[in-house]
Design a protein around this ligand. Sequence first.
Ligand SMILES: Cc1cc2nc3c(=O)[nH]c(=O)nc-3n(C[C@H](O)[C@H](O)[C@H](O)COP(=O)(O)O)c2cc1C
Length: 151
Amino acid sequence: MVLLKGVEKGAFVFFGNYHSRKAGELAANPWAALDFFWDTLDHQVRVEGKVKKVSAAESDRYFASRPRGSQVGAWASPQSGVIPGRDFLEKRVKEFEARFEGRPVPRPPHWGGYRLEPDRIEFWVGRQNRLHDRILYRRQGGRWVRSILAP
Ligand SMILES: Cc1cc2nc3c(=O)[nH]c(=O)nc-3n(C[C@H](O)[C@H](O)[C@H](O)COP(=O)(O)O)c2cc1C
């Protein structure tokens, strides 16, 4: 689960730690899917495409807009790494708070955004007797081609 921060210039943007497990997986295989599911509405949107890092300037801009506590947390947490316990995290938070005291917290070089550039978007709507709607848009060259899939 990641927080979708926006859809910018046709790409879906999210942020995180470039040393995390998912970052390693995306480096090995940048083809990914985003799934948005609304249980009570019985709707789903699935987006597939290639993931790239956003520019350093864009990551800097978003990082600077985050609360100071989250900025320090990004330095303190070796995301996806095994840690001995909470004490370890709390100690690191104190260390980084001291390091950046009285000045803005810079973006860690291993923290930033990703943009998924879609080449396939499927809208799924639950219907009776499992005869659901599936509307697929595929990017072909410069245009989107629409088709209906069997549920
Ligand atoms: C509601 C919610 C929002 C989250 N948003 C993010 C996010 O924007 N970025 C992020 O790196 N992790 C986010 N996480 C944490 C991830 O789900 C995940 O635990 C973390 O990224 C490490 O994943 P990995 O070890 O597979 O790389 C969120 C978790 C939840 C429950």
